[in-house]
Design a binder for this molecule. Structure first.
Ligand SMILES: O=P(O)(O)OC[C@H]1O[C@H](O)[C@H](O)[C@@H](O)[C@@H]1O
Length: 353
């Protein structure tokens, strides 16, 4: 059965007022064939040369590239980064071996966007609906300047009639994703297009690829208070001088410093998470038992992943009509762990010489 759908993309031309560009994405479903045919569509605009591909899974995606050779792959479904590879083609994000690539379910890996609710702190579905919706290209990212390069893309999700029934607040959720050598930057924004103030919680859930979770240290969270989701959200104070892993962990660290280092001894590399406007950080690893209970998580996958999320959880954002909230996170790779003697984590975290 033939299948087609249209994206209406609002694009601002250089000289004139707003104009609409319509992009048609076509595919066909034949017996035994993927839902979509492999397809390349191009939004022809002076300002935003964005190419949309369809992979074997049929999901529309954008591939970001930069001159040093690193790449990122972003799905319109969920506005989700699903791959970030360095210039040596090594994958830096985790993707579950049992990830479900069919819409309506969240994809287990990459960087899902949790909005308007983090976890089950509210009446909505776990982690909100944004990760389960088809986003669009956003060619009017004002007040950010247009991202006019193959290293960047702007996406948008607006409230729909269906979502207004469960969450009656009109919003525009924008996400700019930018790639540069050794760095992936995400800038989420939420605009209140309603006539009432609304609260929301938010997280960029970073599924990071690690060589062996037992050898990983997270620095920058020591001495902080956290909510432990394994203890009914009870509040504790971190006593360890770094977070290490030997069992399930599901914590929301509160009011963290702007930099957190994830040190992977075996890979001899440190991943630095730098964030603004996202005061909390969630650390999650399901470990063996929970991994087995999750249908889209490979039994052994917990050994090679760690979620360290940039989040706003403790104090929800209260957004007034017409106001825009903005966050920012940068993930960057420093290619040798401090174990090698070349990198002192204090330098990474605090810039101490
Ligand atoms: O399975 P998901 O909906 O992606 O959630 C994964 C995990 O996220 C959070 O950290 C929750 O506190 C956990 O209870 C949940 O298992």
């Amino acid at each position: 059965m033939a299948f087609e759908f249209w994206f209406l993309v609002l694009a601002r031309s250089h000289e004139t007022d707003l104009s609409y560009h319509r992009i048609k994405l076509e595919g066909g479903r034949e017996k035994g064939k993927p839902f979509f045919r492999s397809f390349t569509g191009r939004l022809r605009s002076k300002q935003m040369p964005v190419t949309i591909f369809h992979g074997a899974d049929g999901l529309p995606r954008i591939i970001l590239t930069e001159p040093c050779g690193s790449t990122a792959e972003v799905l319109l479904y969920g506005g989700q980064v699903v791959s970030w590879k360095n210039e040596r083609r090594e994958e830096l994000l985790f993707m579950s071996s049992k990830a479900n690539w069919k819409p309506t379910k969240a994809i287990r890996g990459g960087i899902p966007v949790c909005f308007p609710q983090f976890t089950n702190f509210g009446s909505l579905e776990q982690h909100g609906f944004a990760r389960n919706r088809l986003w669009s290209l956003d060619s009017c990212p004002s007040p950010l300047p247009p991202a006019n390069s193959p290293s960047s893309v702007d996406l948008i999700l607006k409230s729909t009639e269906v979502d207004l029934k469960t969450w009656p607040r009109s919003f525009e959720l924008r996400l700019r994703i930018s790639l540069s050598a050794g760095k992936l930057t995400l800038i989420p924004r939420v605009r209140n297009t309603d006539n009432k103030t609304f609260p929301f919680t938010f997280a960029l859930r970073n599924y990071l690829s690690v060589s062996d979770i037992s050898e990983v240290r997270v620095e920058g969270l020591e001495t902080l208070d956290y909510f432990d989701n394994l203890m009914q959200g009870e509040r504790f104070t971190e006593q360890a001088d770094a977070i290490t892993f030997d069992g399930e962990v599901d914590r929301v660290y509160l009011g963290t410093p702007i930099k957190i280092a994830i040190i992977d001894h075996e890979k001899k590399r440190t991943l630095v998470l730098r964030k603004e406007g996202l005061p909390d950080a969630v650390v999650w690893n399901p470990w063996d038992k929970k991994a087995k209970a999750l249908p889209d998580f490979g039994d052994e996958d917990y050994k090679t992943m760690l979620c360290v999320d940039s989040a706003v959880v403790e104090n929800p954002v209260m957004l007034k009509p017409s106001e825009e909230w903005k966050g920012r996170q940068e993930l960057s790779i420093v290619s040798s762990s401090y174990c090698s003697g070349q990198l002192d984590p204090r330098k990474v975290l605090y810039g101490i010489n």
